[in-house]
Design a protein around this ligand. Structure first.
Ligand SMILES: [Zn+2]
Ligand SMILES: [Zn+2]
Length: 334
């Protein structure tokens, strides 16, 4: 099979992903072999490539995978050959520790990420345990379903963890693939949404999707925010957001790594008044299982920009430069 492989940590500008031929993967016990048709491109892949979240090397990146099952491993019974499934960031967890038993498998110390600890979707095929694959609702095309598996499902988790309630004000800092799905869920739940982002195009898209106000980072929104979610890679967003967070409000950091440090926080001005800061780590199967049918019901149809598999470096560079329109998706050759 054709795959884009990462062999060493490098800035994306050096085009470190190389097209190679790899042997077709073989499904082990209770695994399925998936012929991939589309795989989403995610900021996390930039973090992996550039060493902020080092993967095992060499690695096939990609964790927003949609394809069809072509072979079942021994004892695999959940799906049938020909079924259309998705694979997300959670590739496996131990299933036995107290985090796993309490439904917090995202915090399991044996958590393995797709396209990080196990080969992922920048390829024509992959294998995964049948317990970590999801049926894709029929109303979605393959490419438009891919961002639902990371940007969407993690955005859903961000929203749940933000504790936002109907009628409250939600602030979104940054407006990329995840935020443009989050705003649609929040509107569906009856929240008022303010968006703060540098890009004028993103502010316009936010308004189109229902934001009642959109401004630049550092601007003061018309009301204080009951909850806020930070999708930006920069540390400065944290004090900005805390300044406009309502008393008792919660601020959720949705990124895995910040590109630069969070500036010192003035406790009396920014944190007192029972403000909370929470991060989001990984994702559980339940998040994906709950979110996919919700996305079909609302419905959330992500805007995607498609690339060929061999254009993965260029797609990631556009993402780094903030020039991606909607979510980037790689199309696999037949
Ligand atoms: Zn992702
Ligand atoms: Zn565990």
């Amino acid at each position: 099979m054709k795959a884009m492989i990462l062999e060493e940590i490098s800035p994306i500008e050096k085009e470190p992903l190389k097209m190679v031929d790899l042997p077709d993967p073989v499904p082990g016990p209770k695994e399925i072999l998936v012929k991939i048709s589309a795989c989403g491109v995610c900021h996390t892949e930039l973090d992996e490539i550039e060493g902020r979240l080092p993967p095992k090397l060499p690695i096939v990146l990609g964790h927003q995978i949609v394809g069809r099952i072509v072979k079942l491993g021994p004892g695999a019974t959940k799906f049938h050959v020909g079924g259309r499934v998705g694979i997300a960031w959670i590739n496996s967890a131990c299933g036995k520790c107290h985090f796993c038993l309490e439904g917090n498998e995202n915090l399991c110390s044996e958590f393995r990420g797709t396209g990080c600890h196990a080969n992922g979707g920048y390829a024509q095929a992959t294998v995964v345990s049948e317990d970590f694959a999801y049926l894709i609702p029929e109303r979605f095309f393959d490419a438009e379903a891919t961002p639902l598996l990371c940007a969407g499902a993690i955005g859903y988790r961000d929203l749940i963890l933000s504790g936002i309630k109907k009628g409250q004000v939600l602030g979104l800092f940054g407006f990329g693939a995840s935020a443009h799905i989050v705003i649609q869920i929040a509107k569906y739940w009856g929240c008022e949404v303010f968006v703060l982002t540098r890009s004028e195009e993103h502010r316009n898209l936010a308004k189109k999707l229902g934001a009642s106000w959109a401004g630049e980072p550092g601007d003061r929104p018309p009301k204080k925010l009951n909850c806020a979610i930070d999708f930006t890679p920069v540390g400065e967003t944290v004090p900005y957001a805390l300044r406009v967070l309502e008393k008792g409000g919660r601020f959720v950091l949705a990124v895995i790594r910040k590109r630069n440090p969070i500036p010192p926080l003035d406790y009396g001005r920014l944190l007192w008044d029972e403000k909370e800061i929470k991060s989001v780590a990984n994702i559980t199967r339940k998040d994906v299982q709950e979110f996919l049918p919700l996305a079909a019901k609302i419905p959330i149809i992500p805007e995607v920009q498609e690339f060929r598999l061999e254009e993965a470096n260029q797609a990631l560079l556009l993402l780094k430069q903030g020039k991606m329109q909607g979510a980037g998706v790689l199309r696999m050759p037949d």
